[in-house]
Design a protein around this ligand. Structure first.
Ligand code: AQP
Length: 339
């Protein structure tokens, strides 16, 4: 809870490539909506990004890209704190403390590590393995109460809760009792999960090699039209009911995207398009995407041309985040006997 009695929200995006429609509908759009009711910190999690090797030149540019995207999508630096994770050294300090609280058995259960490491488990970085402990530090450093998470991050948030509980318990006689709030997930609705335009069973992702699988926030209108017209569908017409979407993941994905952008329930969209060919639907979907993304793209271009503004926002964000984290890390050091 913050000093103004608003609940505190923490979330972040990795600067690992061009932001896409999934990042927008699944995360940043919600970040914008939350800033009126909560005390929000929105981080560019560059230390998470380097758990997988990043080209330094690209990383530097991607950090600024995420910051520009936050601003262009409507995060207001007067209402929320926008900052780069590595500009607040306390994240790393607390993550080390959490490396000593978290259990190997807990980390071994993390399905995202298993998916990302695949058969290469012995060769991936140690950072990728302890990544959830750093995520716990990001959230708990600011005593955040709420974390907007998609399905894929739910397990990491549960681990964060376990770490908070274990810390409070292990140090209960030393001032740690109830020190960390047990953060709650702000679960986002399933339709905000955007899947690849080429394979409806895989999520839309920055690191997927083909950019035809995703709509990027910087895509020009013509490219949006091309990507949607080439998006995978199937030989059947648009169905009448949601039940009939069961084994048609690509069709379901396009309808979900339409629904998230227009805020019209999928059933109403089906009522409009049932029995029709995909060409009509795809044309309307492209128009909708352009109407929503063109103003964001224009704003992105404007912000990227104004380096001074971006630098000021990030410097101010770093100062405000450091002020909050400094207070908490001092308490934490005291509780565990380091200060
Ligand atoms: N396809 C998606 N649908 C809905 N939400 C998504 N998010 C990412 N992809 C989708 C949400 O965006 C936020 C930031 O994600 P991230 O960049 O920190 O990491 P990620 O989830 O790993 O995103 P990517 O695009 O798939 O990146 P790479 O390819 O680098 O791994 C998160 O809230 C995430 O849920």
């Amino acid at each position: 809870m913050s000093s103004n009695n608003k609940k505190r929200v923490f979330s972040g995006v990795q600067p690992t490539g061009s932001l896409h429609l999934g990042n927008y509908l699944g995360a940043i759009k919600n970040f914008v909506n939350l800033q009126n009711d909560f005390d929000c910190l929105y981080c560019i999690v560059d230390l998470h990004a380097i758990t997988v090797w990043q080209n330094p030149v690209n990383l530097r540019a991607n950090i600024l890209d995420v910051a520009s995207a936050y601003l262009a999508c409507g995060i207001d630096p007067k209402k929320s704190i926008i900052f780069v994770q590595s500009s607040v050294p306390h994240h790393v300090e607390l993550s080390w403390i959490f490396n000593c609280i978290s259990r190997i058995g807990w980390l071994n259960r993390m399905t995202q590590f298993k998916e990302k490491a695949g058969k290469n488990k012995e060769k991936v970085s140690a950072g990728l393995y302890i990544y959830p402990n750093l995520m716990a530090a990001d959230i708990l450093l600011y005593l955040a109460d709420l974390v907007p998470v998609g399905d894929d991050q739910k397990q990491h948030l549960e681990l964060t809760r376990d770490i908070a509980q274990k810390f409070n318990n292990d140090y209960s006689e030393f001032g740690g009792k109830d020190f960390f709030p047990i953060p709650e997930p702000l679960i986002l609705d399933e339709s905000s999960r955007v899947m690849s335009l080429r394979d409806g069973t895989k999520k839309m992702s920055k690191s997927e090699t083909s950019s035809m699988t995703r709509i990027e926030l910087k895509d020009e209108n013509d490219l949006i039209i091309k990507k949607i017209s080439k998006a995978k569908t199937d030989a059947f017409p648009i169905p009448e009911s949601i039940d009939e979407l069961g084994n048609r993941p690509e069709v379901k994905n396009l309808l979900n995207i339409f629904s998230s952008l227009s805020e019209v329930p999928v059933l109403n969209i089906l009522n409009n398009y049932a029995g029709k060919q995909f060409s009509d639907f795809k044309k309307d979907l492209s128009d909708l995407l352009i109407a929503r993304l063109e103003p964001i793209r224009n704003e992105l271009i404007r912000i990227e041309g104004d380096n001074g503004y971006l630098r000021d926002v990030l410097e101010d964000g770093a100062i405000r985040a450091n002020e909050k984290s400094e207070r908490n890390i001092k308490e934490i050091r005291k509780i565990i006997g380091l200060g």
